[in-house]
Write a protein that binds this ligand. Structure first.
Ligand code: NAX
Length: 331
């Protein structure tokens, strides 16, 4: 018997990440080759003509799993009865824009979208926030909702994780499949903390395989943190294909039970976390999925003193972002 249709809302759907994502979702790469989907695409009114072009291309692929496409600038329409929300659209930083201004502009978007999720999405919807600043945008959306549990809100740090995996494999000169358990702690920003000490290569701690403490302590961190900027410098545009790929990895990790002993990273609500992080943030932790979107934060991971100090700094940044939003009274 055919599986029931899953409705997926994608915001910012005329943007470059969505252009690299929608066709892969419709082909079954994200939710499975037997999972029919409806795409409910949200854009700003001025981007609707471009989005019509994307709709035409989706139709021209004749994907058997793609049963319906909705194109709209109204969150009420885009979020109706959805099972999954991929919130990619956000306001980019303009020339001379202060960080507070950027947070405020985005807060308005995520207040509106959070309210629409609460009113129109299924209560079991899973929400993945990609649009930056994604942790704080996610917290803002979460705060608008009562029927949707906080554990259903996630911010994407999977691209950072994938970048870190790739860099460790390259440095150790091993296949990518040998690298596992890489953690990204904290904010998806320059203060994020990629953790090489709990990563494994052939099931051995990465720092015992890569015997270059100087590289692990300095270059590895900064290369992961600055990879986005390096791509912009090279391509003249921000990472889109790798971001779309990370969204697919994030959603798959959420819906499939995590293999024993492994974990993956995502920004999740920090209430009752086992690492002493402020309990009202969206913070990236090592997580283990139980399947169907249920997950646990993996406890008892040992942190080096340096990683601990960096965790404090990234938490502090998130607390500041939250208080800026609170001061603007938009949360
Ligand atoms: P684009 O500028 O190509 O596309 C963004 C689209 O969002 C635009 O078409 C715009 O019209 C739309 N949009 C803006 N406000 C909207 C709203 N209120 N409702 C619906 N649509 C809206 O950006 P793109 O490269 O696709 O990046 C999108 C976001 O992802 C940015 O905020 C970017 O910073 C963020 N990223 C996050 C990453 C992560 O790892 N979490 C990595 C990639 C990316 O940098």
């Amino acid at each position: 018997m055919a599986k029931p249709l899953k409705r997926i809302a994608v915001t910012g759907s005329a943007g470059q990440i969505a252009y690299n994502l929608l066709f892969r979702i419709a082909s079954g790469e994200m939710l499975g080759k037997d999972q029919p989907v409806a795409l409910q695409l949200l854009e700003l009114p001025e981007a609707l003509p471009a989005l019509e072009g994307v709709r035409m291309e989706l139709e021209d692929c004749a994907f058997p799993l793609l049963q319906e496409i909705i194109v709209t600038s109204d969150p009420k329409v885009a979020f109706r009865d959805i099972d999954l929300a991929l919130l990619i659209g956000s306001k980019p930083r303009g020339p001379g824009m202060e960080r507070g201004e950027l947070l405020a502009e985005n807060a308005k978007i995520f207040v509106e979208q959070g309210k629409a999720l609460e009113a129109f999405a299924k209560p079991e919807v899973q929400v993945v926030v990609v649009g930056n600043p994604c942790n704080t945008n996610c917290l803002i959306a979460l705060k608008q909702c009562k029927k949707i549990p906080p554990s259903h809100f996630h911010a994407m740090t999977r691209l950072d994780q994938n970048r870190a995996v790739s860099m460790l494999a390259k440095k150790a000169n091993v296949p990518l499949s040998d690298v596992s358990n890489v953690i990204i702690w904290g904010n998806h920003s320059a203060t994020q903390v990629p953790d090489p000490y709990n990563a494994r290569i052939h099931n051995t701690p990465a720092n015992e395989v890569i015997k270059d403490p100087e590289w692990l302590e300095n270059d590895f961190y900064s290369q992961v943190q600055k990879r986005g900027a390096a791509i912009i410098a090279a391509r003249g545009k921000s990472s889109a294909a790798s971001a779309a790929n990370a969204i697919i990895d994030h959603v798959k990790a959420l819906y499939q039970p995590t293999p024993h002993g492994n974990w993956f990273s995502m920004g999740v609500y920090s209430a009752s976390n086992p690492y002493g992080i402020d309990e009202d943030l969206i913070f990236s932790f090592p997580c283990k999925s139980l399947g169907d979107g249920r997950f646990e934060i993996v406890p008892n991971i040992e942190l080096t003193p340096n990683v601990k100090a960096k965790l404090k700094a990234t938490m502090q940044e998130l607390i500041e972002e939250r208080s800026m939003v609170d001061r603007l009274a938009v949360r």
